[in-house]
Design a protein around this ligand. Sequence first.
Ligand code: IPE
Ligand code: IPE
Ligand code: MG
Length: 226
Amino acid sequence: MKFPEHIAVIMDGNGRWAKKRLLPRSAGHRAGMNRMIALSEHAFDRGVKYFTLYALSTENLNRPAEELDGLMKLFREYFAENAEMLRKKHITLRVIGDLSLLPADVSAIIGDGVRRTAGGERGVLTLAIGYGARQEIVAAVNRAVRAGKEVSEADFADMLSTAGVPDPDLLIRTGKEKRLSNFLLWQCSYTELYFTDRLFPDFSDGDLDAAIEDYARRDRRYGRTE
Ligand code: IPE
Ligand code: IPE
Ligand code: MG
């Protein structure tokens, strides 16, 4: 049976989850973070090798200061409390995105978590924070220009922040919208897409299993006839 070695998730719908319950958006983000921790664990238990989560886009940085402050608080908490747990479970933490866009102490605590988990061999958990695919591609183009030579597809992939990580087999977006919102535009050129109405805090381990089963039935042709 086909099994996705790399699953990426656009974790959308925290705000609407909170609104439905007459709670502030911050409560939705907290519920989303708790779900993200448990879901990552489930994914690695299922045998997924690479699990990539879109936590904050470059464009999300234009949200009101109050919401961003709340999100930064959650990131501080997440890295302070989870890096050690991930290290013990031999999961390597990677973060992609422009950390210079985040408060200095948040980018420092992220750097610390990444260093502490380096070399974990059970799997790679990548969090996209302050991430935008177009910005990533332009940065890679500029790197190639500075190097002063033409690049192959493989060279170019190595210049992206995801260097060394295979392209996602399956991309899941929760929260009803059917768009990529500037996520992994280069890496997802042949990725299987799965959209669900489920709001992220409600996206259960069983829902992930259902997406994996759906993937197993897909026919990945890569342009061939069979
Ligand atoms: C996703 O939830 C989390 C982030 C983008 C930070 P949203 O905050 O976008 O939730 P909705 O889409 O408003 O419900
Ligand atoms: C996409 O969600 C980004 C993340 C989940 C981090 P958004 O809520 O920002 O996407 P749009 O605005 O609906 O496209
Ligand atoms: Mg949203």
